[in-house]
Design a protein around this ligand. Sequence first.
Ligand code: ZN
Length: 270
Amino acid sequence: MEKLIITIAPTGSVPTKKNTPHVSIRPDEIIQTGILCEKAGASIIHIHARNPVDETASTRFSIFKEIYQGLKQETNLILQISTGGRAGMAYEQRSERLSLKPEMASLTTGSVNFPSSVYANSPDLINSLALDMKTHGIKPEIEVFDVSMIQNALDLVEKDVIQTPLHFDFVMGLKGAIPATIENLVHLKNSIPHDSTWTVAGIGAFQLPMCVHAIAMGGHVRVGLEDCIYFSKGKLASNQQFVDRIVQTSEIMGRKIATPDEARKILGLI
Ligand code: ZN
C-alpha cells in the first residue's frame, strides 16, 4: 500500500491556551511545532493564523507570512495554508494569503452549518479562490464536509478551474457536517475519482478511529489540536503526541510513513 501522509493541523480557529496549553498560537510556536512534528513523521502542515493578543482567528497577511517563511526555512514540510473563513468570511480576506504561493491551500467546496454558525461558501467565492490557486500554482486540498461538496469540486474540474488528480480531505464528525461512520467514509471514498488521493480529519473523539479506518483503506490522515485537544478521555494532547500515535499505529498495521518528498510525489506536487 502507498505510504501514509500525515498532516498536522496544530492551531485551527477555535482552541485557545485556556482550553489547552499545548495549542500553537504564535508564529514561533507554530514553527516549533512544525519542526517537532516533521521529526515525528508529519509531511504536511495545515496553517491558520491567530491574533497574538487575544488568540482569535486572524486574516492578517503579515502573520501568515511570518509563519510561512519560518516553516519554509526550518522544515521541508509541505505548507498548506487554510482559506477557511472563521476569521473573516470575505473573499479578499481569504485570498490575500495565497500570494505567498504555498504548495497547497485548503478549498471548501460548499456551505455547511457549524455548531453555532453558518460556514458560507458561495459558488462565486469558491470559484474565485480556486482560480487564485490555479494562478499561483497551488494545489487545493478540497475540504469536504458533506457528499455534495465532492460534486461541486468535480464541476470545477469540468470548468477547468481545478486540475486533476484531486486531493480531498473528508472532515467528519463535526456537528452539522457528515457523521463520522465507516459507512460514510466508504461512501465518500467511492464518490471521488479513482485517481484522487484523500485524507480524513475526524473531529473530537472521532479523530483516532477515523484515522485507523483511513490507514486500513489506503487513505491518508490529518491529526492535530485544530480537530481534537484530547489524547484520550480527560487527557490533553500535544500535536507531536498525535503524530507519534499515528506513526506507531500505522507501523503496527504494516503501513510505512511518507517523508515530505515522498508525499510530494504521491500528491503530484513534483
Ligand atoms: Zn483548518
